[in-house]
Design a protein around this ligand. Structure first.
Ligand code: ATP
Ligand code: MG
Length: 189
């Protein structure tokens, strides 16, 4: 088994996340990609952080219909700050030593790698994949990091939240069921 793991705050999930997951799945020949919403994001101080169950639900809605995607509640269930190294250990446990884990991130993670808990352990447990992301340089990836080029989409959760606040449309930037969920739950107002 070749398993991709995409962690994130997903506040909210958007098309950029989904294209990253889908193109990485295809390019790296992955059997599936597991999206792992963070309970408390270790690297962010987020004022407009939606409830964990809302962020989880939006991921569920977003991946519906794609048999290559799954969502995991492993970090949500921990109900405490989750470190990627612990999450990877949990997936190793679940899928066994033979499973190959591909830890997927966008290029913005490169700048803050040194702040990650047990980054060398993360490298041992998984293939660390950095996907291109508009506005971030991938010309200097450190040793042990693999780079994949994906379709450039200049979409971020921050942009989505900003647009909602300004009363602007987020149609097509997020999957339609996610947009409807955000409206129904009055998120990010
Ligand atoms: P925020 O603006 O709140 O930081 P975000 O859009 O960066 O949100 P995260 O949940 O922080 O979303 O990102 C999860 C993962 O997806 C990270 O590894 C990030 O680099 C990657 N990612 C998010 N958006 C894109 C994108 N448009 N292109 C490539 N990678 C992306
Ligand atoms: Mg981010």
């Amino acid at each position: 088994m070749r398993i991709g793991i995409l962690g994130g705050t997903f506040n909210p999930i958007h098309t950029g996340h989904l294209v990253l997951a889908e193109e990485a799945r295809e390019k790296l020949n992955l059997d599936k990609v597991i999206l792992v919403p963070a309970y408390v994001p270790p690297h962010k101080n987020e004022e407009e952080l939606a409830e964990p169950n809302d962020r989880f639900k939006m991921v569920e809605l977003a991946i519906r219909g794609n048999p290559g995607f799954e969502v995991s509640s492993v970090e949500m269930d921990a109900k405490t700050t989750s470190y990627s190294v612990e999450t990877l250990k949990a997936f190793k446990q679940k899928y066994g030593e033979e499973a190959k884990l591909f830890f997927l991130t966008g290029a913005d993670s490169l700048g803050e790698l040194y702040t990650w808990k047990e980054i060398d352990q993360i490298f041992k447990l998984s293939n660390f994949i950095v996907a291109s992301r508009p506005g971030y340089d991938v010309s200097k990836v450190p040793n042990g990091v693999e780079h994949v080029t994906i379709t450039s989409l200049e979409i971020s959760s921050s942009l989505i939240r900003k647009k909602i606040k300004e009363g602007k449309s987020i149609r097509y930037l997020v999957p339609e069921p996610v947009r409807e969920y955000i409206i129904a739950r009055r998120l990010y107002k």
